[in-house]
Design a protein around this ligand. Sequence first.
Ligand code: NDP
Length: 302
Amino acid sequence: MYDVIIIGSGPAGLTAAIYTTRANLKTLVIAGGKWGGQLMLTTLVENYPGFPEGIDGPVLMENMKKQAEKHGAEILYQDFKKGDFSKAPFKIVTGEGEFEAKAVIIATGADTKWLDVPGEKEKIGRGVSSCAPCDAPFFRNKKVIVVGGGDSAMEEALVLTKFATSITLIHRGDSFRASEIMQKRVKEESKIKILFNTEIKEIMGENNVTGVRLFNNKTNKEEEMAIEGVFVAVGHIPNSKVFEGIDRDERGFIRVHDHYKTNIDGVFVAGDVHDAEYKQAVTAAGFGSAAALEAERWLENR
Ligand code: NDP
């Protein structure tokens, strides 16, 4: 029997684990087969406080994990399958076992949102990607497209400048929502060409990507463009579907009731799985610490 089971091992989950273990609560982290969350897919993180020169995302996550383990957190590299939240103690089932806890913190983060256009799904890993830091070296001397208008799209485009010959950044709107500093870096980069009011209607190619069919939503004109890679950076979807009985909003974000509590007494939430607003590593870590403090208080009161 654990005092707390934390589901998820990104900044929110691991920060929660640092707090619960330091509060002397027996803690299990269901880290998932692929642990660490989205920072494992990034390179240099420049806006996590405490690292004036920046820190590589995977190194930051490794440090957080070490810190949680140092204080006694048990880390299980298995995926969460289902939970019985109908009564405490809560039952958590993974691929290989069943565990019980007095309190649970859900910190499962969010996953890549895809475009959902013909030709996309079957070419993931064959020209379609959502992770430039992982896949950019495969596109050395190739022509690629990046889709999106947020910070992720800017970052993907900038990473690709080190490898691809040309990057076309396409966005459905007529202005970016990315931060000013990221937009400035993109606009200063001669390899990046920007197309506003443009959507992808189809990704073409037999096996690998050979081109895209583009649609200009201002002129209603379509054109084909020969291209060898498509990087999709249009946001993320919260990983909340698996939590039966936990309230979610219409977009899938877990609803928070009063200080990181879910609708179930004893089940708390932290990070991108509930946060549609900030989605930063540092805010996720902050939510993780808050949820852990709430769980600790809740356990104490019982
Ligand atoms: P965002 O939600 O900020 O941006 C998503 C972009 O994709 C928007 O421009 C949106 O268009 C577009 N989009 C959404 N759905 C579609 C679709 N179906 N087809 C075409 N375009 C679509 O997500 P990000 O992942 O960019 O960023 C998430 C958060 O992470 C933000 O808070 C960001 O600041 C942060 N971040 C920070 C970084 C940094 O500081 N270095 C790096 C990466 C992320 P529209 O604008 O029209 O809605």
